[in-house]
Design a protein around this ligand. Structure first.
Ligand code: DOR
Ligand code: ZN
Length: 416
């Protein structure tokens, strides 16, 4: 298929420029004769961005199809302008050895609207970890959360860091301190102390470290001072748009939890000053029924993959940050952090994972439109201006005018 985006305003991390973009055989190419085009998309007045790469989702395959299936999760991604997702290992069974990884690969093959990569879960069995080929990173749960991947063993952490270094992938750390959680103190000290421990490990062992879902000003201050190209971090939309005062019921329960206004303001500053490398949703769907229980009983986690881009585009319209920076933190940096070859940029030779954005489109987030199997969103009733109106994956249009129109053309990413 040869497709031309005509007169698109192409956005990179550095600038915006009106131009025609040519796609051929799933790749962005220099140009071809317009007469050869199978399709010409009038992109005048719209912004053409690299598709969003969400480096942290829980799509629940295998094990919890009542919360999400690969098909519904990747549909939600495509609707949200997300063209690549990286899936976490706390499934059932968890993705902690080559056999479980193979099973997951087989289950999702041909069932994906967007491209995908897999994390391996770290356990005491570091030998099993070493046999997992093609993963995008190693997930280390320093503290307990959904699933059974808690690894509260500093001695084993060192081996995990060493294994990841050898495999040339980052260790993604869920940084909370288990002993504090047990003492009922899931606070910023709990997060900061674990982040510090992770930084010490990275210093001692080497390799690359990525801190998941940074939520506190104190963690950010720590990282800002650290400034090391081998240390990256991510922030979730829910930690940017809610505070602890919003967490009235189980629907806004997640790990790490919501924080104060001061923390939220610090996170926004971190997006602008270069301390934060990526926006990641930690998309963690649970059913309404599960979330309707009292706060204590409700499982932790909120969905997000569908609305992270509209939320962050709305923030552009509100003057909270520029579109170029959005491209940097939602596409370029995630691709770079996880070594996703030829992704994250609108440039010749890169994969044609592209989105068209209408910065003028206004819509209210409604539960009835949610594609995620869970059927709810914490952003219900948010009025957002700026929406993706077309999603292209591997050169094929999968979402057009806010409707899924394409096939499940997503493929596993190549790393390295
Ligand atoms: O809130 C969370 N939910 N945090 C996690 O670390 C896991 C996630 C889930 O899988 O539900
Ligand atoms: Zn997570």
């Amino acid at each position: 298929m040869k497709i031309i985006f005509k007169r698109a305003t192409v956005v990179t991390s550095r600038n915006q420029k009106v131009q025609d973009v040519f796609v051929d055989g799933g790749k962005i190419v220099a140009a071809f004769d317009e007469k050869e085009a199978d399709k010409v998309i009038n992109a005048s007045g719209k912004f053409l961005l690299p598709g969003v790469i969400d480096p942290h989702v829980h799509f629940r395959t295998p094990g919890a199809p009542e919360k999400e299936t690969w098909e519904t999760g990747t549909r939600a991604a495509a609707m949200g302008g997300v063209t690549t997702i990286l899936d976490m290992p706390n499934t059932n069974p968890s993705t902690t050895n080559a056999a479980a990884l193979k099973e997951k690969r087989e289950l999702v093959k041909g069932k994906s609207f967007v491209n995908y990569g897999f994390f391996a879960g770290a356990t005491e069995d570091v030998e099993a970890l070493k046999t997992m080929k093609g993963i995008v990173g190693v997930k280390l749960y320093m503290a307990s959360s959904t699933g059974d991947l808690l690894l509260d063993r500093p001695d084993v952490w060192e081996e995990v860091f060493a294994a990841a270094k050898k495999m040339n992938v980052p260790v993604v750390v869920h940084a909370e301190k288990e002993s504090r959680i047990r003492a009922g103190q899931r606070d910023c000290a709990c997060a900061r102390e674990a982040t510090e421990a992770a930084l010490d490990l990275r210093k001692k062992i080497g390799g690359r470290l990525h801190i998941a879902h940074l939520s506190c000003k104190s963690e950010l201050d720590l990282l800002r001072e650290y400034r090391d190209k081998n240390v990256t971090c991510e922030v979730t939309p829910h930690h940017l748009f809610f505070t602890m005062d919003d967490a009235e019921d189980g629907f806004l329960k997640m790990n790490p939890p919501l924080r104060t206004v001061m923390d939220v303001e610090a996170l926004w500053r971190g997006l602008l000053d270069g301390t934060v490398s990526c926006i990641a949703t930690d998309h963690a769907p649970h059913t309404r029924k599960e979330k309707e229980q009292d706060f204590e009983a409700a499982p932790a986690g909120v969905p997000g993959v569908e609305f992270s881009l509209p939320l962050m585009l709305n923030a552009v319209n509100e003057g909270k940050w520029p579109l170029e920076r959005l491209v940097l933190l939602m596409s370029e940096k995630p691709a770079e952090t996880f070594g996703l070859k030829s992704k994250g940029r609108v440039a010749e030779g890169y994969d044609a994972d592209l989105i068209l954005v209408d910065m003028e489109m206004k819509a209210e987030v409604e539960a009835k439109n949610v594609e995620s199997k869970c059927g709810w969103t914490p952003y219900e009733y948010f009025n957002l201006k700026g929406w993706p109106v077309l999603t292209m994956v591997n050169g094929e249009v999968v979402m057009d005018k806010r409707k899924i129109v394409g096939e499940m053309v997503g493929e596993e990413v190549k790393v390295g």
